[in-house]
Write a protein that binds this ligand. Structure first.
Ligand code: ATP
Length: 278
């Protein structure tokens, strides 16, 4: 559903994307994970026609984003990182403007908007001005807006950044529900647990290049199953083990205090890139 081939992007002397190649299957929930400045937003902006690529090719549902721009645009909906709703319009009006921009006939548009407002649990706020909504509610309106024209692909750029833990989980539930209804989801995030919880496959992006693409379990398995964190000389060190037995043997010889835990996706990212996802 999404095909990216050898994508490069330069902002003058900054080489922001360095030959990114990725394929995302229909119906998949794919997480594009990387630290600040890795190139996540640049990728999403290119795929949504908001900035040009420097070289390479990209296709949405088979449509080349450069040579078949309009058809490609029709395939996807975008929830950008920062809230960009029209503050002086109501929730309903924001969605209505979007539907009009995509040339939807009035009856179909209104039906779809009502259906989506129910879907994101915002029907009772349809006449509220969006400037009066909290961050979490705004995010739900943005998700609904991105779905008005029934796209096959939904791009979510850091959908839960700045939201509290409860609201974040609510958005996760909504994202899962959208995927279960058949939409392909491309999610950028620097919240590791978000990728681990939601995604079927994850890619690690570092300084504009992909360092790994796989299922979260496989990425974790590459380094082991158990991890021991210990403090030595005021530094935290983590050691990984294939089996609990190996970890126990190691614990037997320890003098310092330590924590035994299961390997998580952050361990995999750290060991592949040598840095934390901040
Ligand atoms: P974040 O998690 O902070 O949003 P990101 O992974 O989305 O980061 P990008 O915003 O895509 O990263 O930025 C990738 C690189 O390109 C960074 O070095 C950034 O400074 C640079 N960059 C992004 N947009 C521009 C621009 N319009 N002009 C110049 N440089 C840019």
């Amino acid at each position: 559903m999404i095909r990216i081939e050898n994508l490069n992007k330069y902002y003058k002397s900054i080489h922001a994307l360095k030959g990114v190649t990725l394929h995302v299957a229909e119906g998949e929930l794919f997480a594009y994970l990387g630290p600040n400045g890795a190139g996540k937003t640049t990728t999403i902006r290119i795929l949504n026609g908001l900035t040009t690529l420097s070289s390479g090719n990209a296709y949405l549902n088979g449509f080349n984003i450069e040579t078949h721009k309009l058809q490609a645009k029709q395939q996807s909906g975008l929830v950008p990182q920062s809230a960009n709703l029209d503050q002086e319009l109501t929730v309903f009006e924001n969605l209505d403007v979007h539907g009009r921009l995509f040339g939807m006939p009035a009856k179909k548009r209104v039906e779809k908007i009502h259906e989506l407002l129910e879907y994101v649990d915002m029907a009772d706020r349809k006449d509220s001005l969006t400037k009066h909504l909290s961050g979490g509610l705004k995010r739900r309106v943005m998700v609904a807006r991105a779905l008005v024209h029934s796209p096959k692909i939904l791009f979510l750029d850091e959908p839960t950044v700045g939201l509290d833990a409860n609201i974040r989980r609510r958005i996760w539930g909504l994202v899962k529900k959208i995927q279960q209804n058949g939409t392909t989801i491309f999610l950028t995030t620097h919240y590791i647990e978000e990728a681990e919880f939601l995604a079927q496959r994850v890619s690690f992006l570092d300084k504009g290049a992909i360092v790994a693409v796989d299922m979260p379990q496989n990425l974790m398995r590459r380094i082991g199953t158990w991890a021991i964190d210990r403090i030595t000389d005021n530094q935290m060190e983590t050691v990984y083990f294939k089996t609990r037995e190996d970890a126990n043997k190691y614990i037997g010889g320890q003098k310092e205090s330590f924590t035994l835990r299961r390997v998580n996706l952050e361990d995999a990212f750290l060991s592949l890139t040598g840095k934390k996802v901040l």
